[in-house]
Write a protein that binds this ligand. Structure first.
Ligand SMILES: *[C@@H]1O[C@H](CO)[C@@H](O)[C@H](O)[C@H]1NC(C)=O
Ligand SMILES: *[C@@H]1O[C@H](CO)[C@@H](O)[C@H](O)[C@H]1NC(C)=O
Ligand SMILES: *[C@@H]1O[C@H](CO)[C@@H](O)[C@H](O)[C@H]1NC(C)=O
Ligand SMILES: *[C@@H]1O[C@H](CO)[C@@H](O)[C@H](O)[C@H]1NC(C)=O
Ligand SMILES: *[C@@H]1O[C@H](CO)[C@@H](O)[C@H](O)[C@H]1NC(C)=O
Ligand SMILES: *[C@@H]1O[C@H](CO)[C@@H](O)[C@H](O)[C@H]1NC(C)=O
Ligand SMILES: *[C@@H]1O[C@H](CO)[C@@H](O)[C@H](O)[C@H]1NC(C)=O
Ligand SMILES: *[C@@H]1O[C@H](CO)[C@@H](O)[C@H](O)[C@H]1NC(C)=O
Ligand SMILES: *[C@@H]1O[C@H](CO)[C@@H](O)[C@H](O)[C@H]1NC(C)=O
Length: 449
């Protein structure tokens, strides 16, 4: 009994809430945007809707807005190709067709139409490739939550247009996730993204290309630096030469760090770009061929000021390209006027590793642990620091591949099992005919092998 009356009371309570709530909401109007993006871009399509909750009464609609273009007296206003004339606050109310009863004005909703086509920002991480590691691309639009999907492209050098064309990556079409992972990339490459949203899809601009660099010199295309070292003196003449079987090249550069001064290679003399350094800074350089090839990339650093009195520090003389594991390498310290031959301090990752009368840091067999930042110091003046990259050679034993392949494993397994069965059969027969068993076994074995 108790249970029943409690249920009844609860039911009644629910019913009254529903009816009462329904009744109360029946004369409220709400403006909604569909899709619900309050900020859109010129040209996008959006619907401004007046919703009146309650009943299936027929309503007439009335709008109030300070936008230049007014919505018609209908419940829905579809803006096909938006412009700044649609900017404004919108509110609506309804009037019953049967009686003259009206709703209150709804709360107003702001629609902002931006004139600037958005350009997403792509980030690539890490910047330098290492064997086996994957590369993650990330594409950011200003309104990240607002229904964007993403497109991912490879940047293909276009020497004539002095820019890049775009080639969709495999599965690079319309990902909901704003990141994209690339596996097994071994060469320098450029990437681009853009975003889109809506049914009649609106597209953002393409992002600026971003690059992942390979330090690994490969045969198809490479970049050589002369003088052959990472650091250069101010007002040095440096030449960068693109090598490989291509006729047309350009040298591309991206500044690093701060100050972000760098020399941009505007014109090539054949496959060489010559320039005179004039300011301190670090940049990454690489070559791109007319047929879309990217070379390995190098860091180039121009001597920095040693102190406020604009005295220059020495430069560290270190290899531009990765040093192969096991090879010997010699780092030294140099002034514009002379190579320093004595009393140089050498630092590896900011740790003093050599403090004596020698002027060189010789490593007879380089290992991976020698990789890192190096700098030198001479009579209180310090050089900039530069990265020395160590290339590990992975030795593949010939034949190792085939012996470990599943096919060979299967063959081995089948052979082994057959052999055991044959042996068992032989043993069985031996037990049956006790004669000359041993000799027969030996015979079978000789036949088998
Ligand atoms: C809307 O409903 C409320 C109560 O439900 C009522 O007080 C009010 O007068 C109504 N307004 C109009 C315009 O009908
Ligand atoms: C738009 O709608 C989605 C889901 O329907 C919601 O998660 C989001 O918060 C809404 N955005 C705004 C600005 O109302
Ligand atoms: C509309 O009115 C709001 C609030 O008064 C104001 O902030 C906005 O700039 C106005 N928009 C236009 C297009 O006049
Ligand atoms: C119209 O409003 C009046 C008073 O506000 C109310 O008595 C009447 O029931 C309403 N008519 C309808 C159809 O809602
Ligand atoms: C260039 O310098 C960065 C650190 O600033 C380093 O990670 C990268 O490996 C260097 N590249 C080469 C080719 O040494
Ligand atoms: C360079 O490329 C041309 C045409 O692609 C080819 O005929 C020639 O053999 C190549 N030379 C070398 C050294 O690879
Ligand atoms: C281009 O290089 C050639 C030979 O390397 C040289 O003779 C010529 O003067 C250079 N041209 C320019 C404009 O620097
Ligand atoms: C280098 O070695 C000398 C002599 O051993 C010592 O006096 C000096 O403090 C050392 N310098 C640094 C930076 O450790
Ligand atoms: C370092 O190695 C170079 C050759 O690579 C050699 O000429 C030089 O004498 C060595 N310096 C020292 C201090 O061992």
């Amino acid at each position: 009994m108790m249970g029943h009356s409690l249920l009844c009371k609860m039911g009644f309570f629910l019913l009254t809430t529903v009816i009462y709530g329904y009744a109360e909401a029946s004369n409220r109007s709400i403006v909604t945007l569909y899709p619900n993006w309050s900020e859109i871009y010129r040209g996008e399509t959006i619907t401004v809707r007046c919703e009146i909750h309650g009943g299936d009464t027929e309503w007439d609609y009335e709008w109030e807005t300070n936008s230049t273009i007014k919505p018609p007296n209908q419940n829905e206003y579809k803006i096909i190709s938006s412009s700044s004339n649609n900017n404004g606050n919108y509110r609506c109310k309804g009037r019953m067709k049967s009686s003259q009863n009206k709703t209150e004005w709804s709360d107003s909703v702001t629609l902002t139409v931006s004139n600037n086509k958005p350009r997403p920002v792509l980030t690539v991480s890490p910047s330098w490739l290492s064997p086996g590691a994957s590369v993650t691309l990330n594409c950011q639009v200003e309104h990240p939550s607002a229904g964007w999907s993403f497109y991912w492209y490879k940047a293909v050098p276009d020497l004539i247009e002095k820019s890049y064309s775009y080639e969709l990556l495999p599965d690079g079409r319309r990902t909901v996730d704003n990141s994209y992972i690339i596996h097994g990339q071994t060469h320098t490459a450029g990437y681009v993204c853009r975003a889109g949203r809506g049914d009649a899809e609106y597209h953002t601009d393409h992002s600026q290309p971003k690059f992942v660099w390979s330090a690994d010199v490969h045969s198809a295309a490479s970049l050589t630096v002369s003088p052959d070292r990472v650091q250069h003196f101010i007002s040095d003449s440096v030449s960068l030469t693109c090598e490989g079987n291509f006729t047309e090249w350009r040298v591309v550069t991206v500044p690093q760090g701060d100050p972000s001064y760098y020399y941009k290679c505007e014109r090539m003399n054949g496959s060489t770009c010559n320039f005179k350094t004039s300011k301190s800074g670090t940049a990454v350089y690489w070559c791109e061929s007319g047929s879309g090839e990217f070379s390995s990339a190098v860091n180039i650093t121009v001597q920095n000021y040693f102190n406020f009195y604009k005295l220059y520090g020495p430069i560290l003389v270190s290899p531009v390209h990765p040093v192969t594991e096991g090879a010997s390498v010699s780092l030294s310290c140099s002034l514009k006027t002379q190579k320093i031959l004595s009393n140089v301090f050498f630092y590896h990752n900011d740790k003093l590793i050599q403090n004596d009368t020698r002027g060189e840091l010789n490593i007879s067999a380089v290992s991976k642990s020698d990789e890192g930042f190096y700098k030198c110091q001479y009579s209180g003046r310090e050089s900039a620091q530069s990265w020395m990259s160590v290339k590990v050679i992975t030795v593949t034993v010939s034949g190792a591949d085939s012996s470990s392949s599943p096919v060979w494993l299967m063959v081995g397994l089948v052979c082994g099992v057959s052999l055991i069965i044959i042996l068992l059969l032989l043993l069985y027969r031996c037990r049956q005919s006790k004669y000359s068993c041993f000799t027969r076994l030996v015979k079978y074995f000789l036949l088998l092998f």
